[in-house]
Ligand binder design. Sequence first.
Ligand SMILES: [Zn+2]
Length: 90
Amino acid sequence: MADPNLAGALSSVPGILFKQIMSVWWFWLIIIILGLLVKIIPFIINKKSDDEKSQEKCPKCGGDLIEKRKYGRFLACSNYPKCRFTRKID
Ligand SMILES: [Zn+2]
């Protein structure tokens, strides 16, 4: 009753579908990874070379102190320019 050729073609459909889904899946995975990298890389570079939050509090206004690394290591108040407290780190 069933055409053997048609049955063969139908049985290979899940395989083709699976391959197509997998190729699309990888495509989207790469897009997602690239999108994440574009967002994460500047954050990592920024964090390594620039400011880092310190555990200490500003003695002038009680704000958070941020460790600046651009021009040597020093602590600066996060409320700058309202509060201009800075302190060198030895
Ligand atoms: Zn301050």
